[in-house]
Design a protein around this ligand. Sequence first.
Ligand SMILES: [Zn+2]
Length: 330
Amino acid sequence: MSLNKTQKINLIQNYPKIASITKFTTISTIEIMMTFMGFKPAMAETIFYTTELKNNLNKIKELARQLGLYLAISKYKYIINSPQGIFEEIPLTSKKMAKIILALAKNKTKAQMAADYYHDKMLNSKYGYKFGKLMGYPECCLKFGNYLNNNNRDPNNFGFKNPAIESLKRSTHFTWQLNVFATSILSHFPCSLTCQKSIDYANKVFECLAVADSNHAESLKKQLTEATSLYWSCVDKILLYGDFKQYALGFGEIRYNTKDVQIHSDSYYQKVNLNKINEMKKIATILSRGNKLIVDDKNLTIYYNKNKIFQRAKDHKYVPVLVKPDIISK
Ligand SMILES: [Zn+2]
């Protein structure tokens, strides 16, 4: 399926408004674009409820209205902690820094439902399915998402198990469109790294982006196809560029020449284990002094030419992993 002429003109004309909403909110441009184009029924994200955001809410609502979208926000603010505790719910009027849920849909009821269901699923993971269904996620990935839900009151619960790692464990190959280890253009985690429904959705994203913002499309494609990720979680990863040799999916070695450090859990979450973050930052620093990284199921080892300059035993076989897609065609 490709976009018809009317859809293309409509997208080109309205894309600046979509980008403005992103500028005011940090909400993903791709998510808003796909909702605007009618390729997903609704979207919802959490963002910090700053004074600036509060002051801009009317402007954002107006931009959404011009796009034919309704904006709904949650009735509460949330402190997002990880890995202990999912959401701490506090009143909107509280002075404490916290996030709100912001939802967009073409239909007013759906926008409100999106904010409500997001709230529900964060307080009790059994609501993950109905939230995902409303967001238009593929059925196969919804079932997988259900599996990911941890029981509530589990001390290691931050909503989900490590979803990208669970996708990887269910995969023998890895398609570039689903490179959730580098950056995600999907709004869900795929049930496997070759899930056809998710690839179809990703292709649609690229089709729209190629029309609306071809530079963005190109840089995204470059990242998805060329980055090898040293990956701990969706907010903590280091992207390496160079020659990668895979041992098995999740393990391998890379002789690298550039790196892009993306260790953000200390700004994404409000309570974090600083030791873990410092350890990841230390590895990032040592990577700058080396040029080869090996990650197998037991160790992470850094070399400068033939000299071993660092080695750390992994606590968990799959944390971190070193991954790059092995299906790059199309
Ligand atoms: Zn799937």
